[in-house]
Design a protein around this ligand. Sequence first.
Ligand code: BG6
Length: 513
Amino acid sequence: MQEIQPSVTTQEIACEEITAPPCDMVVFGASGDLVRRKLLVSLQQIFAQGLLNEQFNLIGCGRKDLSDEQFRQIAREAIEDESEGATTGSVQPFLNKLHYISGSYDDLALYRRIKGKLVDLDTGYQDNRCRIFYLAVPPFLYGTIVEQLGSARLSGSYDDDSIRQTRLVVEKPFGKDLQSAVELNSTISRWFGESQVYRIDHYLGKETVQNILMFRFANTIFEPVWNRNHIDSIQITIAETLGVEHRASYYDKTGALRDMFQNHMLQMLTLVAMEPPVSFQADHVRDEKVKLLRSIRPLQPDDLSRHVVRGQYGPGFIDGKRVVGYRAEPAVDPKSRTETFVAAKLFVDNWRWKNVPFYLRTGKRLARKNTEIAVTFKKVPHSMFALVGLDDMPPDVLVLRIQPEEGIYLSFQAKRPGSKICMGTLNMNFSYKSVFGVDMPNAYQRLLLDCMVGDQTLFTRFDGVETAWQLLMAVLETWQADDSAPYEYTAGGSSFPEADELIESDDRTWRPL
Ligand code: BG6
């Protein structure tokens, strides 16, 4: 296969960076893993780029008793660790904006102290600052915190301006099934309007995921062929080399279907398959996404095994190093039936996609980290080169590469120099890094800024979350009732037979991982 590098010129149109308005952010779960690994370093980077407002304050809340100074020290270490020593700019001015309050999440007194602290910090600043309450706690605490915020009159429900400026950020997982998601939405809606709620799916903050919309709807050449007349099938892959790491207490109760499929995988499917929204406004985009989710053919319990396969990693090798199987991981139940891999075949029952299969797979401890969407076009209907043995030419494939080698490539047939009819597959390869010369910003930077400016486009709406759960309920219930274990696959392997069968029974194959 030949590689050709296109020459790319970029013209900067509509390329203004968003800067945040004055804002106070209250983070629950401040000494937890998410805050240490993602939030603090992302906020510090936004600050160093001059995009965070000078009047920004962060109040960390947690059960641990910490002083402001101790919290700042934890934050300093987290920022240095996560940016691997390459912090942008000085960290101290950012740390000075951090404060800490400890207490128990079900105690109204904690929320009164938060309210008092917000008033102190805001004295002398302009009114109508934006207030963000960020739930970075385990999901079972979401309801409690929301109720207490409401009871303490912190949800902004006292005048219109404060409603607009007060926001709630909820991390995934949003519920563990349809019923719990509906209940959580209903608790939230008692105190916060939908326009105040920012449900995070960090995949939507990834540059390359956002680019799916630009690619489809800012060009005219792809849309006419983006349908069942020209596309044979679509494969969406999120493969990780990581295992369960130190998250067994969460993951063993969750599994890949809830952890990756219900959110990241289905979100990528909606972006690649939805109809063009009227505009890039939050609700226009989200309306189309929900419409697409509603068009996915429901999975039938009696036919599930032909459409969904689950696996669990056994021992194996990753990057030449021996790794243990899932059940031998620390804190995992040695008899665990939790799936670490899911492959599924879905259909979207609408005019554009009727009978085009969407093959989705995601798993931990696979051969390499690779997230991509591959669109395989139909083969030529008739080969005029059959007489020279070229009667079965490979189809053209367009790959939107999300990570780690962010880019787009198109493989197609072309004449090779030489004998009169000599053909080969060429790859036209666009790499973000070589064209733009920058590392991709972390998804949280985009999402935090969007939340501060009040743009909900990249956040999931209540009906989107519920529709995604609805679709998966047949799978969750069937697996729950079935006491057989998931198929075991070898850690570091690139596939396993049950998943292969799912696609090979349609005369197709998975793309190499
Ligand atoms: C998270 C999941 O949402 O996404 C993790 O909880 C997973 O299990 C992670 O490892 C993958 O994210 P990324 O950005 O590394 O692909």
